[in-house]
Write a protein that binds this ligand. Structure first.
Ligand SMILES: C[S@@+](CC[C@H](N)C(=O)[O-])C[C@H]1O[C@@H](n2cnc3c(N)ncnc32)[C@H](O)[C@@H]1O
Length: 201
């Protein structure tokens, strides 16, 4: 797997501010009156996990980077949050069957090489209840508009892929209804990200 993440460090986890895109997805869940168990894949410092916990969901944040889970646990303790965290590799480890009402991935899939996508998807399909929601946001292939001219690259030792809507539809469209998709700029305005709201058939 991508050992670079496992080396740890806190470089990518400085901000605890939750993105507007995540706030919007929470509003969507509220409007749909969706409640229950939520899994945050590749939770990083746990900011989104804590946010959904504050909003009434029963949450678990998973990440295969030990230091990320430590930071998340410390953050939860500091904030007196009920959010739970666990070291899990979404590709290598098996998630519990039929367990979650919502699964979110804010920036993990675009770091997985294509050869791991089948295992990733199988895990999500195994663990997300039928009728459950899957929220994904990932770097868009439209990043060339900001001068990023490569489809993928190694950044700070991490594999990073720019993903097209077509690729996501091909990978997930057979199993999920794509309810909504839109693009937004990261807060530092350096990358274009595409969000996908999906519902399991
Ligand atoms: C760009 S960070 C996103 C962190 C967080 N979701 C956020 O929005 O700030 C990607 C995270 O995915 C994690 N990750 C990458 N591959 C993973 C895998 N196979 N299993 C679990 N976590 C993984 C990394 O350790 C990292 O914390």
């Amino acid at each position: 797997m991508e050992k670079s993440w496992k080396r740890g460090g806190t470089g990518g986890y400085r901000t605890f501010e939750v993105d507007d895109s995540v706030i919007k997805f929470n509003q969507f869940l509220k409007e749909k009156k969706v409640k229950g168990k939520l899994l945050d894949i590749g939770c990083g410092n746990g900011k989104n996990t804590l946010y959904f916990s504050k909003n009434g969901f029963d949450v678990l944040g998973i990440d295969f980077t030990l230091s990320a889970i430590k930071i998340s646990k410390d953050y939860a303790k500091k904030e007196n949050s009920k959010a739970k965290f666990k070291v899990v590799d979404i590709v290598e480890d098996e998630l519990k069957e039929d367990n979650y009402d919502i699964i979110i991935d804010c920036g993990c899939l675009h770091h997985l090489r294509k050869q791991y996508w089948n295992k990733y998807r199988r895990n999500i399909l195994r663990s997300l209840k039928s009728g459950g929601y899957y929220y994904l946001h990932a770097f868009s292939d439209n990043n060339y508009k900001l001068g990023h001219n490569k489809q993928y690259r190694l950044r700070k030792g991490h594999y990073t892929n720019f993903l097209s809507e077509k690729e996501i539809k091909t990978a997930f469209g057979k199993y999920f209804k794509i309810i909504k998709t839109y693009e937004f700029l990261t807060p530092n305005k350096r990358f274009i990200v595409r969000a996908y709201y999906m519902k399991r058939d």
